[in-house]
Write a protein that binds this ligand. Structure first.
Ligand SMILES: [Zn+2]
Length: 256
Protein backbone atom coordinates (compact mmCIF):
# COMPACT_ATOMS: atom_id res chain seq x y z
CA UNK A 1 0.00 0.00 0.00
CA UNK A 2 1.44 3.31 -1.08
CA UNK A 3 0.14 6.71 -0.07
CA UNK A 4 0.98 9.72 -2.20
CA UNK A 5 1.16 13.35 -1.12
CA UNK A 6 1.00 16.04 -3.78
CA UNK A 7 3.05 18.98 -2.51
CA UNK A 8 2.79 22.39 -4.22
CA UNK A 9 6.20 24.04 -4.63
CA UNK A 10 7.82 27.08 -6.24
CA UNK A 11 5.32 28.90 -8.51
CA UNK A 12 3.28 26.08 -10.00
CA UNK A 13 5.33 22.92 -9.51
CA UNK A 14 4.21 19.74 -7.83
CA UNK A 15 6.53 17.53 -5.81
CA UNK A 16 5.21 14.04 -5.07
CA UNK A 17 6.00 12.15 -1.88
CA UNK A 18 5.22 8.42 -1.70
CA UNK A 19 5.23 6.46 1.53
CA UNK A 20 5.17 2.67 1.77
CA UNK A 21 4.87 2.08 5.51
CA UNK A 22 5.18 -1.72 5.37
CA UNK A 23 8.57 -1.46 3.69
CA UNK A 24 9.86 1.70 5.39
CA UNK A 25 10.24 3.35 2.00
CA UNK A 26 9.64 7.06 1.40
CA UNK A 27 10.25 8.45 -2.07
CA UNK A 28 10.18 12.00 -3.37
CA UNK A 29 9.74 12.70 -7.07
CA UNK A 30 11.23 15.87 -8.63
CA UNK A 31 11.98 17.93 -5.52
CA UNK A 32 12.46 21.41 -6.97
CA UNK A 33 12.98 22.73 -3.46
CA UNK A 34 13.65 21.11 -0.09
CA UNK A 35 11.57 23.13 2.37
CA UNK A 36 8.06 21.85 1.55
CA UNK A 37 9.37 18.26 1.44
CA UNK A 38 11.07 18.66 4.80
CA UNK A 39 7.82 20.00 6.25
CA UNK A 40 5.83 16.92 5.16
CA UNK A 41 8.54 14.51 6.33
CA UNK A 42 8.76 16.21 9.74
CA UNK A 43 5.01 16.31 10.20
CA UNK A 44 4.65 12.61 9.37
CA UNK A 45 7.83 11.40 11.02
CA UNK A 46 9.08 9.85 7.76
CA UNK A 47 12.72 9.39 6.73
CA UNK A 48 13.42 9.94 3.05
CA UNK A 49 14.94 6.84 1.41
CA UNK A 50 14.84 7.59 -2.33
CA UNK A 51 14.73 10.57 -4.69
CA UNK A 52 13.53 10.19 -8.28
CA UNK A 53 14.36 12.78 -10.95
CA UNK A 54 12.59 12.84 -14.32
CA UNK A 55 14.85 15.46 -15.94
CA UNK A 56 17.53 18.02 -15.22
CA UNK A 57 15.57 21.29 -14.97
CA UNK A 58 16.21 23.25 -11.79
CA UNK A 59 12.56 23.38 -10.78
CA UNK A 60 12.66 19.56 -10.55
CA UNK A 61 16.07 18.95 -8.94
CA UNK A 62 16.82 22.16 -7.00
CA UNK A 63 16.06 20.62 -3.60
CA UNK A 64 18.09 17.43 -4.01
CA UNK A 65 21.35 18.58 -2.43
CA UNK A 66 19.66 19.78 0.75
CA UNK A 67 17.44 16.69 1.04
CA UNK A 68 20.44 14.36 0.65
CA UNK A 69 22.30 16.29 3.31
CA UNK A 70 19.45 15.38 5.69
CA UNK A 71 18.99 11.74 4.81
CA UNK A 72 21.55 10.32 2.33
CA UNK A 73 18.55 9.23 0.25
CA UNK A 74 19.42 7.29 -2.90
CA UNK A 75 19.17 9.43 -6.05
CA UNK A 76 17.72 7.69 -9.11
CA UNK A 77 17.32 9.32 -12.51
CA UNK A 78 17.47 8.95 -16.28
CA UNK A 79 20.57 7.38 -17.75
CA UNK A 80 20.32 9.79 -20.68
CA UNK A 81 20.83 12.74 -18.30
CA UNK A 82 23.77 11.25 -16.39
CA UNK A 83 25.94 14.25 -17.30
CA UNK A 84 23.26 16.80 -16.37
CA UNK A 85 21.96 15.67 -12.97
CA UNK A 86 24.80 15.59 -10.42
CA UNK A 87 25.67 12.59 -8.26
CA UNK A 88 23.03 10.06 -9.28
CA UNK A 89 23.42 6.71 -7.47
CA UNK A 90 21.51 4.72 -10.07
CA UNK A 91 20.39 5.52 -13.60
CA UNK A 92 17.82 3.79 -15.79
CA UNK A 93 16.47 3.90 -19.30
CA UNK A 94 13.72 2.56 -21.54
CA UNK A 95 12.19 -0.69 -20.33
CA UNK A 96 14.23 -0.96 -17.15
CA UNK A 97 12.52 -2.24 -14.02
CA UNK A 98 13.52 -1.69 -10.42
CA UNK A 99 11.88 -2.29 -7.06
CA UNK A 100 10.90 0.30 -4.46
CA UNK A 101 9.19 -1.29 -1.44
CA UNK A 102 6.03 -3.04 -2.67
CA UNK A 103 6.30 -1.55 -6.15
CA UNK A 104 7.85 -2.52 -9.46
CA UNK A 105 8.89 0.68 -11.17
CA UNK A 106 9.01 0.68 -14.98
CA UNK A 107 11.07 3.36 -16.73
CA UNK A 108 10.13 5.01 -20.03
CA UNK A 109 12.46 7.23 -22.01
CA UNK A 110 10.27 10.21 -22.95
CA UNK A 111 12.45 12.66 -24.92
CA UNK A 112 10.98 15.90 -26.22
CA UNK A 113 10.87 18.37 -23.31
CA UNK A 114 14.51 17.49 -22.64
CA UNK A 115 16.67 15.03 -24.56
CA UNK A 116 16.94 12.59 -21.67
CA UNK A 117 13.60 12.99 -19.89
CA UNK A 118 12.14 9.81 -18.40
CA UNK A 119 8.86 8.82 -16.74
CA UNK A 120 8.34 6.36 -13.88
CA UNK A 121 5.37 3.97 -13.74
CA UNK A 122 4.65 2.22 -10.43
CA UNK A 123 3.07 -0.93 -11.81
CA UNK A 124 1.15 -2.44 -8.89
CA UNK A 125 -0.34 0.84 -7.64
CA UNK A 126 -0.72 2.19 -11.20
CA UNK A 127 0.87 5.55 -10.55
CA UNK A 128 2.57 7.43 -13.37
CA UNK A 129 5.10 10.17 -12.62
CA UNK A 130 5.37 11.98 -15.91
CA UNK A 131 7.49 15.02 -15.00
CA UNK A 132 7.16 17.61 -17.76
CA UNK A 133 6.26 15.16 -20.54
CA UNK A 134 2.53 14.68 -19.94
CA UNK A 135 0.38 17.16 -18.03
CA UNK A 136 -3.33 17.02 -17.37
CA UNK A 137 -4.83 18.22 -20.67
CA UNK A 138 -1.39 19.24 -21.91
CA UNK A 139 2.20 18.27 -22.56
CA UNK A 140 5.61 19.82 -21.96
CA UNK A 141 7.20 22.37 -24.23
CA UNK A 142 9.68 21.02 -26.76
CA UNK A 143 12.92 22.53 -25.51
CA UNK A 144 15.23 19.78 -26.73
CA UNK A 145 13.26 17.51 -29.01
CA UNK A 146 11.11 17.28 -32.12
CA UNK A 147 7.33 16.95 -32.27
CA UNK A 148 7.76 13.40 -33.60
CA UNK A 149 9.90 12.44 -30.59
CA UNK A 150 7.39 13.90 -28.16
CA UNK A 151 4.48 12.17 -29.88
CA UNK A 152 6.32 8.85 -29.58
CA UNK A 153 6.97 9.57 -25.90
CA UNK A 154 3.30 10.36 -25.29
CA UNK A 155 2.17 7.19 -27.11
CA UNK A 156 4.16 5.11 -24.60
CA UNK A 157 2.36 6.77 -21.70
CA UNK A 158 -1.05 6.69 -23.40
CA UNK A 159 -0.75 2.90 -23.68
CA UNK A 160 -0.71 2.41 -19.89
CA UNK A 161 -3.85 1.08 -18.14
CA UNK A 162 -6.80 3.47 -18.07
CA UNK A 163 -7.06 3.40 -14.28
CA UNK A 164 -3.48 4.71 -13.95
CA UNK A 165 -3.31 7.94 -11.97
CA UNK A 166 -1.29 10.72 -13.58
CA UNK A 167 1.07 12.67 -11.30
CA UNK A 168 2.66 15.41 -13.37
CA UNK A 169 5.13 18.17 -12.56
CA UNK A 170 3.00 21.31 -12.82
CA UNK A 171 -0.45 22.75 -12.15
CA UNK A 172 -1.13 23.94 -15.69
CA UNK A 173 -4.54 22.33 -16.06
CA UNK A 174 -6.77 25.43 -16.19
CA UNK A 175 -4.63 27.05 -18.89
CA UNK A 176 -4.39 23.77 -20.80
CA UNK A 177 -8.15 23.44 -20.56
CA UNK A 178 -8.79 26.83 -22.19
CA UNK A 179 -6.59 25.85 -25.11
CA UNK A 180 -8.10 22.36 -25.42
CA UNK A 181 -11.65 23.76 -25.53
CA UNK A 182 -10.59 26.24 -28.23
CA UNK A 183 -9.64 23.42 -30.63
CA UNK A 184 -12.00 20.65 -29.48
CA UNK A 185 -15.13 22.39 -28.13
CA UNK A 186 -17.58 19.51 -28.65
CA UNK A 187 -15.54 16.86 -26.82
CA UNK A 188 -17.83 15.53 -24.07
CA UNK A 189 -14.96 14.17 -21.96
CA UNK A 190 -13.25 17.54 -22.14
CA UNK A 191 -16.42 19.37 -21.08
CA UNK A 192 -16.83 16.99 -18.14
CA UNK A 193 -13.23 17.58 -17.10
CA UNK A 194 -13.81 21.35 -17.37
CA UNK A 195 -16.50 21.17 -14.70
CA UNK A 196 -14.30 19.06 -12.46
CA UNK A 197 -11.33 21.41 -12.86
CA UNK A 198 -13.43 24.50 -12.12
CA UNK A 199 -14.76 22.91 -8.92
CA UNK A 200 -11.30 21.86 -7.73
CA UNK A 201 -9.65 25.21 -8.46
CA UNK A 202 -12.52 27.09 -6.78
CA UNK A 203 -11.55 25.21 -3.60
CA UNK A 204 -7.83 25.80 -4.19
CA UNK A 205 -7.25 22.07 -4.66
CA UNK A 206 -4.87 20.37 -7.12
CA UNK A 207 -6.45 19.12 -10.35
CA UNK A 208 -4.27 16.03 -10.22
CA UNK A 209 -4.04 13.07 -10.29
CA UNK A 210 -6.55 12.49 -13.11
CA UNK A 211 -7.22 8.99 -14.42
CA UNK A 212 -5.31 8.23 -17.60
CA UNK A 213 -8.62 7.03 -19.08
CA UNK A 214 -9.99 10.57 -18.87
CA UNK A 215 -6.80 12.08 -20.28
CA UNK A 216 -6.92 9.64 -23.20
CA UNK A 217 -10.37 11.04 -24.03
CA UNK A 218 -9.83 14.73 -23.26
CA UNK A 219 -6.16 15.68 -23.66
CA UNK A 220 -5.61 16.95 -27.24
CA UNK A 221 -1.90 16.07 -27.07
CA UNK A 222 -2.87 12.40 -26.64
CA UNK A 223 -5.34 12.64 -29.53
CA UNK A 224 -3.18 13.74 -32.46
CA UNK A 225 -4.37 10.62 -34.31
CA UNK A 226 -8.01 11.71 -33.96
CA UNK A 227 -9.47 12.59 -37.40
CA UNK A 228 -11.51 15.44 -35.93
CA UNK A 229 -8.46 17.20 -34.55
CA UNK A 230 -6.57 16.64 -37.82
CA UNK A 231 -9.48 18.24 -39.69
CA UNK A 232 -9.53 21.20 -37.28
CA UNK A 233 -5.99 22.01 -38.36
CA UNK A 234 -6.65 21.34 -42.05
CA UNK A 235 -4.49 18.23 -41.85
CA UNK A 236 -6.91 15.43 -42.75
CA UNK A 237 -4.88 12.39 -43.75
CA UNK A 238 -1.60 13.77 -42.37
CA UNK A 239 0.55 11.76 -39.98
CA UNK A 240 -0.31 11.97 -36.27
CA UNK A 241 3.17 13.45 -35.68
CA UNK A 242 2.35 16.28 -38.11
CA UNK A 243 -0.99 16.90 -36.37
CA UNK A 244 0.77 16.80 -33.01
CA UNK A 245 3.25 19.41 -34.26
CA UNK A 246 0.35 21.66 -35.28
CA UNK A 247 -1.35 21.27 -31.89
CA UNK A 248 1.90 22.03 -30.03
CA UNK A 249 2.56 25.10 -32.21
CA UNK A 250 -0.98 26.37 -31.67
CA UNK A 251 -0.59 25.98 -27.91
CA UNK A 252 2.74 27.83 -27.95
CA UNK A 253 0.99 30.72 -29.76
CA UNK A 254 -2.24 30.56 -27.71
CA UNK A 255 -3.19 33.57 -25.62
CA UNK A 256 -6.33 32.61 -23.83
ZN1 LIG B 1 11.16 20.90 -17.21
Amino acid sequence: MVEVHVVPALTDNYIHILHDAAHGVTVVVDPGEAAPVRAVLAERGWRLTHILATHHHGDHIGGITNLRADSHAMLIGPRAEIDRIPEMDATYGEGDLFTLGSQTVRVFDTPGHTRGHCAFFFEEARLLFSGDTLFSLGCGRLFEGTPAQMWDSLLKLRALPGDTRLYCGHEYTASNLRFALSIDPENAALKARAEEVAALRAKGLPTIPPRLLDEQAANPFLRADDPGLAAHFGLAGASPAAVFAAIRKAKDDFRG
